[in-house]
Design a protein around this ligand. Structure first.
Ligand code: GLC
Ligand code: CA
Length: 549
């Protein structure tokens, strides 16, 4: 079957923050439908829809209480069907989030499971006895605190790798697997075009993780049976449809990625790896004010480009609903000029690489990190738990230090409402938005950018078009140039005798006669740049893409 997903550009929608049509302050499906023409104008091919299922919304919809129902605040099933139809009419495909490492604690399966030890659904989740009156072991949740929660009704602990309200499913149980596969078929038969699979490499827990011995627990990424379960899923479901699949897989190596998504026999089409998202992590993970270095960023991204070459397909992303905004993180928001140039440079750097690019909503406008003034504005469960843990229980950070970390890395940064225009609430809602709108919406918004050729939006449009016109961008081999340079990120793509040279200045410096110009291909022609003219210098955040022989 043709691999259309290799040539596709994906756009991620976080529905809660996209567009509200009924004034309740929450984005909804009719809002997405109303913006399909905007997405078509941008040129994207696929929408990845973050969860729209029924959910108590403890974790932004990643806690699902009914896999086959639409959350009432997002609309009705008919609205979803209309969205799918309208998207398909515009030749836009839709992939859905599949969140099956865990459910919500309000899911009917869990309500039954916890009710008593003899319930037929008991073994659908992971239950253990206490150890010496405490948790079975000391394993920690990704969202701080113990990964075990006590359930008084039946007197045992259940495992939750994320929030307390997100109990982990027991994938060892074949009934669980077949219930998940049924649900997947149900959505695919409605006509959706694939899945983004939430933390899918966490579904198989190693023995140490579950042992009742008061020990450290174990690492649940890439557990012993992940491949087996994914192969079964492929055999039972995925292989029967022309779809695209991408696994969210924290903590993968290229070796794991190739196992999950090898070009010839992998059960998935590609995975999201996070190594480049972790290069500024500190002793408390993302909660730090550490800065990344460019040579390290280049090393990591280049490693994935070269190690997957000919083996597996890369997914390319600078951010998503769990990460800060790309231009605030890797670019420069200190002036309007630098903001505009660096947003375009970053987009070029990513979209000229080999793989399928994913644009997170608002990045095509250069949206920046949210202006978070006080803790009371924060909505994200991960951030609030981390604050409690690092400030209140462990006294590792002062309030002000933690606020600085939150402004840098908190998940609300990317979740603030889309900035459609300069009107009330940036045109996102006529009501009170569930999370406040970034104060810069009067200067950063879609309406201002759509018809302005110098805008970040129009530049994204051009980049997306180039991917459709220039085959070497899709299939050329990648080679990093000047690996130790701490200001320039430059690389080559080659296929047969076609050469693409990509030059990105990650700094605010200007340099004359740089050595990179000695590496220009023969008959070099400038494909795209973020400055209108050419000089013999490379200017702040300048990017240049040449094609030649
Ligand atoms: C994934 C999601 C994140 C969520 C977590 C638990 O990492 O992207 O938003 O909190 O899984 O479902
Ligand atoms: Ca709404």
């Amino acid at each position: 079957m043709a691999k259309w997903w290799k040539e596709a550009v994906v756009y991620q929608i976080y529905p809660r923050s996209f567009c509200d049509t009924n004034g309740d302050g929450i984005g909804d499906i009719p809002g997405i439908i109303s913006k399909l023409d905007y997405l078509k104008a941008l040129g994207i091919d696929v929408i990845w829809l973050s969860p729209i299922y029924a959910s108590p919304n403890v974790d932004g919809g990643y806690d699902i209480s009914d896999y086959r129902a639409i959350a009432p605040e997002y609309g009705l099933m008919e609205d979803f069907e209309q969205l799918l139809h309208e998207a398909h009419m515009r030749k836009i495909r839709i992939i859905m989030d599949l969140v099956v490492n865990h459910t919500s604690d309000q899911h009917e399966w869990f309500i039954q499971s916890k009710s008593d030890r003899e319930n037929p659904k008991r073994d659908w989740y992971i239950w253990r006895d206490s150890f010496e009156g405490r948790e079975p072991n000391r394993m920690e949740s990704v969202f701080s605190g113990s990964a075990w929660a006590f359930e008084p009704l039946s007197g045992q602990y259940y495992l939750h790798l994320f929030a307390n309200e997100q109990p982990d499913l027991n994938w060892e149980n074949p009934e669980v697997r077949s219930a998940v596969f049924d649900t997947m078929r149900w959505w695919l038969d409605k006509g959706i075009d694939g899945f983004r699979m939430d933390v899918i490499n966490l579904i198989s827990k190693p023995t140490e993780a579950l042992s009742v011995d008061g020990g450290m627990g174990g690492n649940c990424v890439n557990g012993p049976k992940v491949c087996e379960y994914l192969r079964e899923m492929h055999r039972e479901v995925l292989s029967k449809y022309d779809i695209m699949t991408v696994g969210e897989t924290p903590g993968v190596s290229p070796f794991n990625a190739i196992q999950y998504s090898s070009l010839d026999s992998g059960p998935l089409n590609m995975v999201f790896q996070f190594e480049h998202m972790d290069i500024d992590a500190g002793p408390y993970g993302k909660w730090t004010t550490n800065k990344y270095t460019l040579p390290e960023l280049k090393r990591v991204l280049s490693k994935w480009q070269t190690e997957l070459e000919g083996q597996a397909w890369n997914s390319l992303f600078w951010g998503n609903h769990d990460q800060p905004r790309v231009v605030s993180r890797f670019g420069d928001t200190s002036s309007v000029e630098f903001w505009n140039k660096s947003a375009k440079m970053l987009a070029t750097c990513l979209m000229m690489m080999k793989g399928t690019p994913y644009i997170f909503q608002g990045d095509e406008l250069g949206m920046t990190n949210l202006d978070i003034h006080e803790l009371s504005e924060v909505r994200d469960v991960e951030t609030l738990n981390a604050y409690r843990d690092l400030v209140e229980s462990k006294h590792i950070y002062s309030h002000n230090e933690m606020m600085e970390c939150i402004r840098k890395a908190g998940r609300d940064n990317a979740r603030s409402p889309m900035q459609w225009d300069a009107g009330m609430n940036a045109g996102f809602t006529l009501g009170v938005p569930w999370l406040h709108v970034n104060g810069n919406y009067d200067s950063v918004n879609a309406e201002m950018q759509i018809n302005d050729p110098s805008s970040v939006f129009c530049y994204y449009q051009k980049l997306i078009q180039l991917r459709k016109q220039v085959p070497v961008i899709i299939s050329g081999r990648y080679e990093l140039l000047l690996p130790d340079d701490d200001r320039l990120f430059a690389y080559k793509r080659t296929e047969d005798d076609n050469v693409l040279l990509v030059i990105c200045n990650f700094s605010n410096c200007c340099f004359k006669n740089n050595e990179i110009f000695n590496l220009l291909p023969r008959q070099a022609e400038l494909l795209i740049s973020n400055y209108d003219d050419r000089t013999d210098s490379i200017r702040p955040y300048e990017t240049l893409v040449y094609i030649g022989k």
